[in-house]
Every structure is written in structure tokens, then in C-alpha cells.
Ligand binder design. Structure first.
Ligand SMILES: Nc1ncnc2c1ncn2[C@@H]1O[C@H](COP(=O)(O)OP(=O)(O)OP(=O)(O)O)[C@@H](O)[C@H]1O
Ligand SMILES: [Mg+2]
Length: 394
């Protein structure tokens, strides 16, 4: 289990009640909970939109919302965050109704002892996690973490990052998959099969001919190319006649099916905001935006980060990788990049022109062919960081 404190959002307008609960949790929790408070529903929704909250402790009677409407609004904003209802003695029936509709539990204010409070919250988080895993398994086997990689502009090094990160993950974890979800020319092919004759490895094209319900983990598995490194690849089209925009419901089904197959799935998504990209990011546990340090690319990175947030990806699930492909006369420093984009830094990849060319010639990403190189070191660190709980959540 994680040693990290759980982030609890206490939604309670009454200051005395809030203090009693916070003190009780601090007393029994021994640092297990980091508690923050919202006094109004609007404030709670804003926090749920922008932060990684592990559980909501929710009073239904707030200045700007009352009764079941409060619970419904929270569920709508954050369907994957467990809720424990806080009620007065007289409105227990509403709490029971909330449990019927998906709240994990309820507590009657003034009656819960510190130990009961502590145990209720812990159980609620654990029960919710188990239920979520069971649901995912029912939908398609394992429960892999999905990492989306998006270039803020074309040619910034997104595919190089995606493939090296996936390969580094495959060295340490089983069943890692890299997939390209793009309607045109497969870049993966050239990274691994450079100068080899173009074989019929276009799994993506075959899969998107199926209707979404038929794009299952089992079906996708048939089209994965297994590399000696252990990495599984789903390759996009290589011939013009196969180029085809992926419909959003198919991109969604593909991302879901892939998550059912791997411990980590790295999706190489298009740099332009295609409908497929927009659908796939909603299935991602974390999205990496790759940029270079030109002012234009940083501005494009900001637009990408804004778009991701509009699509519902919360800021803590977005990170930046800076690739220094070449020395630049006009380059933005990293602190300013982060300030502009409002995202955390996942890593900086130094210039590695020779290692990139050699990797392509050898048909193996540089983390394999040149593991001691500085760029490889940075990419391995990025993979390690992405695999931590802090980034991908529990
Ligand atoms: N760290 C680096 N140092 C030097 N060159 C690099 C580095 N990373 C990537 N490159 C080179 O930059 C070019 C573009 O890389 P890549 O194909 O990964 O970018 P992309 O963002 O996926 O592009 P596209 O928009 O075409 O999908 C390639 O020639 C690659 O070898
Ligand atoms: Mg690419």
C-alpha cells in the first residue's frame, strides 16, 4: 500500500463541524489523510476538476446546493472518486438514498468517533479501488496504465520519447505495449524495421474496420507485434490506400482494449487535435506533452495543455517532456515553459543526433542500443518517473 497521504476533500459549510471532523481525522489518521475543505458546492467542483482527490466527505446541505442534487453534481464531476456522505441525525434517509446511488458509505455528524471515521474512510477508498479494478477486469482483463504522448507540434520528438519510454518500461515490467493511434503513415515501422521490406504489420488498419464492440482485448492481441525486448507493438498504416482517420468511438474502444492487455500502454497520439486523439486522451491515466524550447512550440504546448483540460484531463495528470533536438538561438528556459503551460515537468531529453540515427539504423530504440548515453539516461528516468504512483495514481 502507498505511504502517501490520501487527499480528502471535506465539503462542509459549517466551520465547527469541519473543525471537529478534521481534528478527529488528524487524531486517528496519524498523517494518513491530507484534508482540504470546500464550503460550497461550486468550490468543491472546482477542486475536483483541478486536483487529484482520493475521497470526498460530503455534507449535502450547502449554501449553493441541497440534498441529492449535491451528491449528483459531485458524481457527475468526478465519477471515479469515492464519496462518503456526511449527514445530520434527521436526514439519514437521504444518505441511504445516496448509498443506493453509489456513495460508498455515510457518517452521522457528531456520532462518529475518530477511529470509526478513520476506518470508514480507509475502507471506502479501498472498496472503491477494488470495485474499479473488478469493473475494469470485467471490461477486458488486466488493468494497465495508459500513457498518452502528444507532440505540441509535428516533429518535436514525440515518437522517439514514446518508443524509448515504452522500451525502458518493458525492461522492468511485463506486457508493455506501444501503440500508434494515427490514421496516416506509421512512424513505428521505420523505427524498428528500417530498410526492411514493408510487411503486412498494419494491425491498426485491420482493427478499425471492426465495429467498436468487437474491438476487444482479445481481438487487439492478435494484431500485436512482439519484439525481442518484450515490447508489444500496434502499428499504423504504411500504404496510402490504408490511410484513414480513426473514428472517435473506435479510438476509445482501442484504448480500452489495449489497457486490458498491458501493464503499461504508451499511446503515440497525433500532434493535431484529431477526433481520435481527443477520444483517446480521455482513457489516459497520464498525458505527456512533448515540446522543444522554441517560443512557437511552447505556445503550442500551452494550447495542447488547455485543450487536454477542456477534455477533462486534470492538470496533475498532464506533464511536459522537453526535447532539445538541437541548440536553438531563441530558446525558452524550462522554468518559463512550465509557468506558461501550467504543468509539471516529467523530464528533459538532451541532444542526441547520432544516437537517434544509430537507433534507427539498428532498429532498436536508443535506450537499448546506447543505454549509457545521456539522452537514454534521461528517457529511462522519464519512464521510471511515469511508473511511480505519484504520477499514475493508485
Ligand atoms: N533528443 C534528440 N536529439 C536529436 N534529435 C532527436 C532527438 N529526439 C528526436 N530526434 C529526432 O527528431 C526527429 C523527429 O522525431 P520524432 O519522429 O520522434 O518526432 P515526432 O514528434 O513524433 O514527429 P511527427 O510529428 O512526425 O510524428 C527525428 O529525426 C528524430 O531522430
Ligand atoms: Mg511521431
Amino acid at each position: 500500500m502507498s505511504t502517501k497521504a490520501y487527499n480528502i476533500l471535506l465539503v462542509e459549510d459549517n466551520a465547527v463541524d469541519a473543525r471537529v471532523i478534521t481534528e478527529a481525522l488528524n487524531k486517528a489518521g496519524e498523517g494518513a489523510f491530507a484534508i482540504q475543505r470546500a464550503e460550497r458546492l461550486s468550490e468543491a467542483l472546482e477542486k475536483l476538476r483541478t486536483q487529484a482527490i482520493d475521497l470526498v466527505l460530503l455534507d449535502f446541505m450547502l449554501p449553493d446546493s441541497e440534498g441529492m442534487a449535491t451528491f449528483t453534481a459531485v458524481r457527475k464531476e468526478a465519477p471515479n472518486v469515492p464519496v462518503v456522505a456526511l449527514t445530520g441525525v434527521s436526514d439519514e434517509s437521504i444518505a441511504i438514498e445516496a448509498v443506493r446511488q453509489g456513495a460508498q458509505d455515510f457518517l452521522v455528524k457528531g456520532q462518529a468517533q475518530p477511529k470509526t471515521l478513520h476506518r470508514t474512510l480507509h475502507y471506502a477508498i479501498e472498496r472503491h479501488r477494488v470495485q474499479a479494478e473488478q469493473l475494469k477486469q470485467a471490461q477486458g482483463g488486466k488493468t494497465g496504465k495508459v500513457i498518452g504522448v502528444i507532440g505540441a507540434r509535428g516533429g518535436v520528438g514525440a515518437t522517439t520519447v514514446a518508443l524509448n519510454v515504452a522500451t525502458a518500461l518493458a525492461k522492468k515490467h511485463k506486457d508493455v505495449i506501444a501503440a500508434e493511434l494515427l490514421g496516416s503513415y506509421s512512424a513505428f515501422y521505420d523505427h524498428f524495421f528500417y530498410k526492411k521490406s514493408r510487411a503486412a504489420l498494419n494491425g491498426l488498419n485491420a482493427l478499425i474496420k471492426l465495429e467498436p464492440p468487437r474491438i476487444t482485448s482479445r481481438e487487439v492481441e492478435r494484431f500485436l507485434v512482439k519484439l525481442p525486448s518484450g515490447l508489444g507493438l500496434l502499428l499504423g498504416p504504411q500504404r496510402v490506400e490504408d490511410f484513414k482517420e480513426i473514428e472517435p468511438d473506435k479510438a476509445d474502444a482501442l484504448a480500452r482494449a489495449l489497457a486490458g492487455l498491458g501493464s503499461y500502454v504508451v499511446l503515440d497520439l497525433q500532434s493535431h487535435a484529431s477526433p481520435a486523439m481527443q477520444a483517446a486522451v480521455k482513457r489516459c491515466d497520464f498525458v505527456v506533452v512533448v515540446i522543444d524550447r522554441t517560443p512557437t512550440c511552447v505556445a503550442a504546448g500551452k494550447v495542447t495543455a488547455d485543450l487536454l483540460q477542456q477534455l477533462g484531463v486534470i492538470p496533475v495528470r498532464i506533464g511536459v517532456v522537453v526535447v532539445n533536438r538541437q541548440p536553438l538561438p531563441l530558446s525558452v528556459d524550462v522554468a518559463e515553459v512550465l509557468n506558461t503551460m501550467g504543468c509539471q515537468l516529467v523530464g528533459v531529453v538532451p541532444t542526441a543526433t547520432d544516437a537517434c540515427s544509430e537507433a534507427q539504423r539498428m532498429g532498436a530504440p536508443m535506450v537499448l542500443g546506447d543505454p549509457q548515453g545521456t539522452a537514454s539516461g534521461a528517457l529511462i528516468e522519464i519512464a521510471d518517473r511515469l511508473a511511480t504512483e505519484q504520477i499514475l495514481g493508485k
